[in-house]
Design a protein around this ligand. Structure first.
Ligand code: ADP
Ligand code: ASP
Ligand code: MG
Length: 406
Protein backbone atom coordinates (compact mmCIF):
# COMPACT_ATOMS: atom_id res chain seq x y z
CA UNK A 1 0.00 0.00 0.00
CA UNK A 2 1.23 3.43 -0.86
CA UNK A 3 0.10 6.95 -0.09
CA UNK A 4 -0.25 8.95 -3.29
CA UNK A 5 -1.13 12.50 -4.30
CA UNK A 6 -2.71 12.75 -7.77
CA UNK A 7 -3.01 16.24 -9.26
CA UNK A 8 -5.25 16.91 -12.26
CA UNK A 9 -4.75 20.10 -14.29
CA UNK A 10 -7.37 22.20 -16.05
CA UNK A 11 -7.67 20.17 -19.26
CA UNK A 12 -8.06 16.94 -17.27
CA UNK A 13 -11.16 18.34 -15.51
CA UNK A 14 -12.37 20.53 -18.40
CA UNK A 15 -15.89 19.06 -18.46
CA UNK A 16 -18.05 16.46 -16.74
CA UNK A 17 -16.96 13.66 -19.05
CA UNK A 18 -13.31 14.34 -18.22
CA UNK A 19 -14.07 14.55 -14.51
CA UNK A 20 -15.65 11.09 -14.86
CA UNK A 21 -12.45 9.90 -16.55
CA UNK A 22 -10.43 11.31 -13.64
CA UNK A 23 -12.74 9.64 -11.11
CA UNK A 24 -12.37 6.27 -12.88
CA UNK A 25 -8.61 6.54 -12.67
CA UNK A 26 -8.72 7.52 -9.00
CA UNK A 27 -11.04 4.59 -8.36
CA UNK A 28 -8.53 2.17 -9.90
CA UNK A 29 -5.72 3.55 -7.75
CA UNK A 30 -7.89 3.22 -4.62
CA UNK A 31 -8.85 -0.36 -5.54
CA UNK A 32 -5.16 -1.24 -5.83
CA UNK A 33 -5.12 -0.59 -2.07
CA UNK A 34 -3.58 2.90 -1.97
CA UNK A 35 -4.42 5.91 0.19
CA UNK A 36 -5.20 8.76 -2.16
CA UNK A 37 -5.36 12.54 -2.00
CA UNK A 38 -6.49 14.26 -5.20
CA UNK A 39 -5.64 17.87 -6.01
CA UNK A 40 -7.68 19.56 -8.73
CA UNK A 41 -7.32 22.73 -10.79
CA UNK A 42 -10.18 24.79 -12.14
CA UNK A 43 -11.75 23.65 -15.42
CA UNK A 44 -9.54 24.90 -18.25
CA UNK A 45 -10.31 28.49 -19.20
CA UNK A 46 -12.17 29.23 -15.95
CA UNK A 47 -9.33 30.96 -14.12
CA UNK A 48 -8.63 33.14 -17.19
CA UNK A 49 -12.28 34.15 -17.24
CA UNK A 50 -12.25 35.00 -13.53
CA UNK A 51 -9.07 37.07 -13.93
CA UNK A 52 -10.65 38.89 -16.91
CA UNK A 53 -13.70 39.79 -14.84
CA UNK A 54 -11.53 41.20 -12.07
CA UNK A 55 -9.64 43.32 -14.62
CA UNK A 56 -12.90 44.52 -16.12
CA UNK A 57 -14.15 45.75 -12.76
CA UNK A 58 -10.92 47.21 -11.42
CA UNK A 59 -7.61 48.14 -13.09
CA UNK A 60 -5.46 48.41 -9.97
CA UNK A 61 -7.41 45.86 -8.00
CA UNK A 62 -7.32 44.85 -4.34
CA UNK A 63 -5.43 41.55 -4.44
CA UNK A 64 -7.40 40.11 -1.52
CA UNK A 65 -10.57 40.38 -3.57
CA UNK A 66 -8.76 39.08 -6.67
CA UNK A 67 -7.90 35.98 -4.65
CA UNK A 68 -11.42 35.47 -3.40
CA UNK A 69 -12.65 35.58 -7.00
CA UNK A 70 -10.02 33.45 -8.73
CA UNK A 71 -9.96 30.75 -6.02
CA UNK A 72 -13.55 29.80 -6.86
CA UNK A 73 -12.70 27.75 -9.96
CA UNK A 74 -11.05 25.07 -7.83
CA UNK A 75 -13.95 25.01 -5.37
CA UNK A 76 -16.25 23.92 -8.18
CA UNK A 77 -14.02 21.12 -9.48
CA UNK A 78 -13.21 19.78 -5.99
CA UNK A 79 -16.92 19.39 -5.21
CA UNK A 80 -17.73 17.91 -8.62
CA UNK A 81 -14.85 15.44 -8.39
CA UNK A 82 -15.90 14.30 -4.90
CA UNK A 83 -19.49 13.85 -6.11
CA UNK A 84 -18.39 11.91 -9.19
CA UNK A 85 -16.26 9.60 -7.04
CA UNK A 86 -19.24 9.02 -4.72
CA UNK A 87 -21.35 8.11 -7.76
CA UNK A 88 -18.76 5.43 -8.58
CA UNK A 89 -19.05 4.05 -5.06
CA UNK A 90 -15.77 5.56 -3.84
CA UNK A 91 -15.85 7.37 -0.49
CA UNK A 92 -14.69 10.96 -1.03
CA UNK A 93 -15.00 14.49 0.34
CA UNK A 94 -13.70 17.85 -0.77
CA UNK A 95 -11.42 20.19 1.18
CA UNK A 96 -11.02 23.90 0.44
CA UNK A 97 -7.71 25.55 1.35
CA UNK A 98 -9.20 27.22 4.44
CA UNK A 99 -10.77 23.98 5.65
CA UNK A 100 -7.52 22.00 5.72
CA UNK A 101 -6.13 24.58 6.65
CA UNK A 102 -3.37 25.23 4.14
CA UNK A 103 -1.69 28.28 5.64
CA UNK A 104 0.16 30.81 3.50
CA UNK A 105 1.84 34.16 3.95
CA UNK A 106 -0.08 37.32 3.04
CA UNK A 107 1.41 37.93 -0.44
CA UNK A 108 -2.02 37.83 -2.02
CA UNK A 109 -2.18 36.54 -5.62
CA UNK A 110 1.20 34.81 -5.27
CA UNK A 111 1.26 33.54 -1.72
CA UNK A 112 3.79 31.06 -0.35
CA UNK A 113 2.73 28.03 1.64
CA UNK A 114 3.77 28.14 5.30
CA UNK A 115 2.20 24.97 6.66
CA UNK A 116 -0.44 22.33 6.06
CA UNK A 117 -2.39 20.66 8.86
CA UNK A 118 -2.92 17.13 7.58
CA UNK A 119 -4.51 15.66 10.73
CA UNK A 120 -8.09 15.52 9.50
CA UNK A 121 -7.13 14.51 6.01
CA UNK A 122 -4.94 11.63 7.18
CA UNK A 123 -7.71 10.39 9.49
CA UNK A 124 -10.11 10.36 6.54
CA UNK A 125 -7.63 8.71 4.19
CA UNK A 126 -6.93 5.99 6.73
CA UNK A 127 -10.65 5.22 6.67
CA UNK A 128 -10.52 4.81 2.90
CA UNK A 129 -11.92 8.25 2.08
CA UNK A 130 -10.35 10.03 -0.89
CA UNK A 131 -9.38 13.58 0.10
CA UNK A 132 -10.20 15.87 -2.82
CA UNK A 133 -8.35 19.14 -2.37
CA UNK A 134 -9.01 22.41 -4.18
CA UNK A 135 -5.58 23.36 -5.56
CA UNK A 136 -4.17 26.89 -5.93
CA UNK A 137 -5.70 28.26 -2.71
CA UNK A 138 -4.90 28.74 0.95
CA UNK A 139 -5.64 31.01 3.88
CA UNK A 140 -3.58 33.83 5.41
CA UNK A 141 -3.07 34.62 9.09
CA UNK A 142 -5.72 37.33 8.59
CA UNK A 143 -8.26 34.65 7.69
CA UNK A 144 -8.42 35.75 4.07
CA UNK A 145 -8.35 33.49 1.04
CA UNK A 146 -5.02 33.49 -0.81
CA UNK A 147 -3.91 32.02 -4.14
CA UNK A 148 -0.49 30.69 -5.06
CA UNK A 149 0.12 32.34 -8.45
CA UNK A 150 -0.87 31.03 -11.89
CA UNK A 151 -0.20 27.34 -12.22
CA UNK A 152 -0.23 27.09 -8.42
CA UNK A 153 -2.13 23.81 -8.16
CA UNK A 154 1.16 22.03 -8.93
CA UNK A 155 2.57 23.64 -5.80
CA UNK A 156 -0.49 22.67 -3.74
CA UNK A 157 0.02 19.07 -4.84
CA UNK A 158 3.75 18.86 -4.12
CA UNK A 159 3.40 20.66 -0.77
CA UNK A 160 0.62 18.29 0.20
CA UNK A 161 2.70 15.29 -0.87
CA UNK A 162 5.54 16.55 1.36
CA UNK A 163 3.21 17.16 4.32
CA UNK A 164 1.51 13.76 3.90
CA UNK A 165 4.89 12.06 3.39
CA UNK A 166 3.39 10.59 0.26
CA UNK A 167 5.26 7.96 -1.71
CA UNK A 168 4.77 9.89 -4.95
CA UNK A 169 3.09 12.95 -6.43
CA UNK A 170 1.64 12.37 -9.91
CA UNK A 171 0.95 15.52 -11.93
CA UNK A 172 -1.59 14.67 -14.65
CA UNK A 173 -1.65 17.14 -17.52
CA UNK A 174 -2.38 17.41 -21.24
CA UNK A 175 1.03 16.19 -22.41
CA UNK A 176 2.48 12.81 -21.53
CA UNK A 177 5.60 14.10 -19.81
CA UNK A 178 8.32 16.71 -19.78
CA UNK A 179 9.79 17.21 -23.25
CA UNK A 180 13.11 18.57 -24.49
CA UNK A 181 11.11 21.64 -25.56
CA UNK A 182 7.44 22.66 -25.61
CA UNK A 183 5.95 19.95 -27.88
CA UNK A 184 3.29 22.39 -29.06
CA UNK A 185 5.97 24.43 -30.83
CA UNK A 186 8.75 21.98 -31.57
CA UNK A 187 7.12 18.90 -33.06
CA UNK A 188 10.44 17.04 -32.99
CA UNK A 189 10.69 17.47 -29.20
CA UNK A 190 11.43 14.25 -27.33
CA UNK A 191 9.79 13.05 -24.15
CA UNK A 192 12.29 12.62 -21.33
CA UNK A 193 11.99 9.55 -19.09
CA UNK A 194 13.83 11.36 -16.34
CA UNK A 195 14.89 14.92 -15.60
CA UNK A 196 17.05 16.18 -12.72
CA UNK A 197 15.39 18.44 -10.12
CA UNK A 198 17.83 21.23 -10.92
CA UNK A 199 17.18 21.06 -14.65
CA UNK A 200 13.43 20.97 -14.09
CA UNK A 201 13.77 23.98 -11.81
CA UNK A 202 15.61 25.94 -14.50
CA UNK A 203 13.17 24.81 -17.21
CA UNK A 204 10.21 25.92 -15.10
CA UNK A 205 11.67 29.23 -14.02
CA UNK A 206 12.76 29.98 -17.59
CA UNK A 207 9.24 29.57 -18.87
CA UNK A 208 8.28 25.88 -19.35
CA UNK A 209 4.81 26.02 -17.84
CA UNK A 210 4.50 22.26 -17.41
CA UNK A 211 5.29 22.65 -13.68
CA UNK A 212 5.08 25.79 -11.55
CA UNK A 213 8.60 26.79 -10.44
CA UNK A 214 7.74 26.80 -6.75
CA UNK A 215 6.46 23.21 -6.97
CA UNK A 216 9.85 22.05 -8.27
CA UNK A 217 11.66 23.95 -5.51
CA UNK A 218 9.51 22.24 -2.90
CA UNK A 219 9.96 18.83 -4.52
CA UNK A 220 13.73 19.33 -4.55
CA UNK A 221 13.91 20.52 -0.94
CA UNK A 222 11.63 17.82 0.45
CA UNK A 223 12.77 15.10 -1.95
CA UNK A 224 9.22 14.48 -3.18
CA UNK A 225 9.08 11.97 -6.04
CA UNK A 226 7.25 13.80 -8.82
CA UNK A 227 5.99 12.24 -12.03
CA UNK A 228 4.48 14.27 -14.92
CA UNK A 229 2.07 12.22 -17.05
CA UNK A 230 -1.11 12.34 -19.09
CA UNK A 231 -4.59 11.68 -17.74
CA UNK A 232 -5.80 10.57 -21.18
CA UNK A 233 -3.73 7.39 -21.51
CA UNK A 234 -2.31 4.76 -19.21
CA UNK A 235 1.46 5.06 -19.60
CA UNK A 236 4.42 6.23 -17.54
CA UNK A 237 5.46 9.87 -17.80
CA UNK A 238 8.62 11.73 -16.79
CA UNK A 239 10.14 11.22 -13.34
CA UNK A 240 11.85 14.20 -11.72
CA UNK A 241 14.86 12.68 -9.96
CA UNK A 242 18.26 13.34 -8.40
CA UNK A 243 20.99 14.11 -10.90
CA UNK A 244 22.89 10.94 -9.89
CA UNK A 245 19.95 8.75 -10.90
CA UNK A 246 19.97 9.91 -14.53
CA UNK A 247 21.11 7.08 -16.75
CA UNK A 248 21.67 8.90 -20.03
CA UNK A 249 23.34 12.23 -19.37
CA UNK A 250 23.06 14.94 -22.01
CA UNK A 251 25.02 18.17 -22.17
CA UNK A 252 21.87 20.10 -23.05
CA UNK A 253 18.68 18.48 -21.82
CA UNK A 254 16.11 21.07 -22.75
CA UNK A 255 15.21 24.40 -24.28
CA UNK A 256 12.69 26.76 -22.69
CA UNK A 257 11.19 30.08 -23.70
CA UNK A 258 9.26 32.84 -22.03
CA UNK A 259 6.97 35.37 -23.63
CA UNK A 260 6.58 37.10 -20.31
CA UNK A 261 9.52 39.43 -21.01
CA UNK A 262 9.84 43.10 -21.73
CA UNK A 263 12.97 45.12 -22.41
CA UNK A 264 13.69 48.61 -21.13
CA UNK A 265 16.59 50.74 -22.39
CA UNK A 266 17.68 53.92 -20.67
CA UNK A 267 19.93 55.97 -22.94
CA UNK A 268 22.78 58.24 -21.87
CA UNK A 269 22.76 57.38 -18.19
CA UNK A 270 25.69 59.14 -16.53
CA UNK A 271 28.58 56.76 -15.93
CA UNK A 272 29.33 57.16 -12.23
CA UNK A 273 29.30 54.92 -9.13
CA UNK A 274 25.86 54.33 -7.64
CA UNK A 275 23.86 54.69 -10.83
CA UNK A 276 22.86 51.01 -11.03
CA UNK A 277 21.70 51.11 -7.44
CA UNK A 278 19.73 54.30 -8.11
CA UNK A 279 17.94 52.66 -11.05
CA UNK A 280 17.31 49.18 -9.66
CA UNK A 281 16.62 50.15 -6.03
CA UNK A 282 13.20 51.74 -6.66
CA UNK A 283 12.21 48.86 -8.97
CA UNK A 284 13.04 46.34 -6.26
CA UNK A 285 11.14 48.41 -3.68
CA UNK A 286 8.07 48.16 -5.91
CA UNK A 287 8.49 44.36 -6.20
CA UNK A 288 9.44 44.61 -9.89
CA UNK A 289 11.87 41.82 -10.68
CA UNK A 290 14.73 42.69 -12.98
CA UNK A 291 16.16 39.72 -14.82
CA UNK A 292 18.78 40.31 -17.54
CA UNK A 293 20.98 43.43 -17.54
CA UNK A 294 23.50 44.89 -20.01
CA UNK A 295 25.36 48.13 -19.90
CA UNK A 296 27.16 49.82 -22.81
CA UNK A 297 29.55 52.73 -22.71
CA UNK A 298 28.36 55.29 -25.25
CA UNK A 299 30.52 57.11 -27.80
CA UNK A 300 31.33 60.05 -25.55
CA UNK A 301 32.67 57.72 -22.81
CA UNK A 302 30.81 59.69 -20.14
CA UNK A 303 27.45 58.06 -20.33
CA UNK A 304 26.17 54.52 -20.68
CA UNK A 305 23.10 52.91 -22.15
CA UNK A 306 21.47 50.54 -19.69
CA UNK A 307 19.23 47.74 -20.97
CA UNK A 308 17.37 45.34 -18.71
CA UNK A 309 14.32 43.08 -18.71
CA UNK A 310 11.26 42.94 -16.46
CA UNK A 311 8.12 40.83 -16.55
CA UNK A 312 5.76 42.00 -19.31
CA UNK A 313 3.00 42.72 -16.83
CA UNK A 314 5.36 44.96 -14.84
CA UNK A 315 6.48 47.04 -17.84
CA UNK A 316 4.03 49.94 -17.49
CA UNK A 317 4.72 50.29 -13.79
CA UNK A 318 8.50 50.17 -14.35
CA UNK A 319 8.39 52.89 -17.02
CA UNK A 320 6.16 55.11 -14.90
CA UNK A 321 8.45 54.70 -11.90
CA UNK A 322 11.63 55.50 -13.85
CA UNK A 323 10.05 58.48 -15.57
CA UNK A 324 9.16 59.91 -12.17
CA UNK A 325 12.85 59.70 -11.24
CA UNK A 326 14.13 60.94 -14.56
CA UNK A 327 15.79 64.10 -13.31
CA UNK A 328 17.49 62.32 -10.41
CA UNK A 329 18.73 59.49 -12.63
CA UNK A 330 19.71 61.81 -15.44
CA UNK A 331 19.02 59.59 -18.45
CA UNK A 332 18.10 60.95 -21.85
CA UNK A 333 15.39 58.59 -23.10
CA UNK A 334 13.48 55.56 -21.94
CA UNK A 335 12.67 52.94 -24.59
CA UNK A 336 10.25 50.18 -23.60
CA UNK A 337 9.85 47.13 -25.86
CA UNK A 338 7.50 44.25 -25.16
CA UNK A 339 8.01 42.40 -28.44
CA UNK A 340 10.86 40.26 -27.11
CA UNK A 341 11.13 36.67 -25.89
CA UNK A 342 13.71 34.89 -23.82
CA UNK A 343 15.09 31.59 -25.12
CA UNK A 344 17.20 29.43 -22.82
CA UNK A 345 19.17 26.22 -23.21
CA UNK A 346 19.51 24.15 -20.05
CA UNK A 347 21.62 21.20 -18.97
CA UNK A 348 23.68 20.08 -15.98
CA UNK A 349 26.25 18.80 -18.49
CA UNK A 350 27.24 22.42 -19.21
CA UNK A 351 29.21 22.45 -15.98
CA UNK A 352 31.81 20.21 -17.55
CA UNK A 353 31.56 21.05 -21.25
CA UNK A 354 32.79 24.11 -23.09
CA UNK A 355 31.38 25.49 -26.32
CA UNK A 356 27.69 25.21 -25.48
CA UNK A 357 27.16 28.97 -25.70
CA UNK A 358 29.07 29.17 -28.97
CA UNK A 359 26.70 26.64 -30.57
CA UNK A 360 23.79 28.81 -29.52
CA UNK A 361 25.26 32.06 -30.84
CA UNK A 362 26.37 30.44 -34.12
CA UNK A 363 23.01 28.77 -34.72
CA UNK A 364 21.09 31.98 -34.16
CA UNK A 365 23.45 33.97 -36.35
CA UNK A 366 23.08 31.42 -39.19
CA UNK A 367 19.35 32.08 -39.07
CA UNK A 368 19.93 35.84 -39.08
CA UNK A 369 18.51 36.24 -35.58
CA UNK A 370 19.95 39.11 -33.58
CA UNK A 371 20.71 38.54 -29.89
CA UNK A 372 19.70 41.55 -27.81
CA UNK A 373 20.77 40.50 -24.31
CA UNK A 374 22.62 37.45 -22.96
CA UNK A 375 22.74 35.97 -19.48
CA UNK A 376 24.32 32.77 -18.23
CA UNK A 377 24.57 30.63 -15.14
CA UNK A 378 26.28 27.33 -14.42
CA UNK A 379 23.64 25.23 -16.14
CA UNK A 380 21.87 27.57 -18.57
CA UNK A 381 22.35 30.22 -21.23
CA UNK A 382 19.55 32.68 -21.99
CA UNK A 383 19.23 35.13 -24.85
CA UNK A 384 16.67 37.79 -25.58
CA UNK A 385 15.46 37.95 -29.18
CA UNK A 386 12.68 39.54 -31.23
CA UNK A 387 9.50 37.54 -30.63
CA UNK A 388 8.85 37.03 -34.34
CA UNK A 389 11.81 34.62 -34.47
CA UNK A 390 10.76 32.48 -31.50
CA UNK A 391 9.65 29.36 -33.36
CA UNK A 392 12.53 29.50 -35.81
CA UNK A 393 15.04 29.88 -32.96
CA UNK A 394 13.58 27.02 -30.91
CA UNK A 395 13.55 24.59 -33.82
CA UNK A 396 17.04 25.52 -35.02
CA UNK A 397 18.53 25.20 -31.52
CA UNK A 398 16.71 21.93 -30.92
CA UNK A 399 18.36 20.49 -34.02
CA UNK A 400 21.76 22.06 -33.31
CA UNK A 401 21.99 20.44 -29.87
CA UNK A 402 21.02 17.03 -31.27
CA UNK A 403 17.74 16.90 -29.38
CA UNK A 404 15.42 16.07 -32.29
CA UNK A 405 13.45 12.85 -32.04
CA UNK A 406 14.52 10.32 -34.65
P1 ADP B 1 -2.19 21.96 -16.56
O1 ADP B 1 -3.43 22.72 -16.87
O2 ADP B 1 -2.39 20.48 -16.59
O3 ADP B 1 -1.51 22.44 -15.33
P2 ADP B 1 -0.32 23.48 -18.18
O4 ADP B 1 -0.89 24.11 -19.39
O5 ADP B 1 -0.06 24.32 -16.99
O6 ADP B 1 -1.23 22.22 -17.81
O7 ADP B 1 1.07 22.75 -18.55
C1 ADP B 1 1.14 21.85 -19.63
C2 ADP B 1 1.66 22.56 -20.88
O8 ADP B 1 3.02 22.92 -20.69
C3 ADP B 1 1.69 21.70 -22.13
O9 ADP B 1 0.45 21.72 -22.78
C4 ADP B 1 2.82 22.31 -22.95
O10 ADP B 1 2.35 23.12 -24.00
C5 ADP B 1 3.55 23.20 -21.97
N1 ADP B 1 5.00 22.98 -21.97
C6 ADP B 1 5.94 23.94 -22.07
N2 ADP B 1 7.17 23.42 -22.07
C7 ADP B 1 7.03 22.08 -21.95
C8 ADP B 1 7.95 20.99 -21.90
N3 ADP B 1 9.28 21.19 -21.95
N4 ADP B 1 7.46 19.74 -21.78
C9 ADP B 1 6.13 19.53 -21.73
N5 ADP B 1 5.21 20.53 -21.78
C10 ADP B 1 5.64 21.79 -21.89
N1 ASP C 1 -6.37 27.38 -11.98
C1 ASP C 1 -5.10 28.03 -11.68
C2 ASP C 1 -4.52 28.62 -12.96
O1 ASP C 1 -5.12 28.49 -14.02
C3 ASP C 1 -4.13 27.14 -10.99
C4 ASP C 1 -3.68 25.94 -11.78
O2 ASP C 1 -4.34 25.56 -12.74
O3 ASP C 1 -2.65 25.38 -11.41
O4 ASP C 1 -3.51 29.25 -12.90
MG1 MG D 1 -0.27 24.11 -14.94
Amino acid sequence: MARLVLKFGGTSVANIERIRNVAQRVKRVVEEGNQVAVVVSAMSGVTNQLVAWVNEVSKFYDEKEYDSVVATGEQVTSGLTALTLQELGVKARSWQGWQIPLRTDATYSKARIEGIDTTEMIAAMEKGVVAVVAGFQGISADNRITTLGRGGSDTSAVALAAALQADRCDIFTDVDGVYTCDPRIVTKARKLDQIAYEEMLEMASLGAKVLQTRSVELAMNHRVKVQVLTSFEDKPGTMVVDEEEIVEKQIVSGIAYSRDEAKVTLTKVSDRPGVAAAIFGPLADSAINVDMIVQNISDDGKTTDMTFTVGRTDLDRAVKLLNEKKSALGFSEIKPDSSVVKVSVIGVGMRSHAGVALTMFRTLSEKGINIEVISTSEIKISVLIDEQYLELALRALHTAYGLDAH
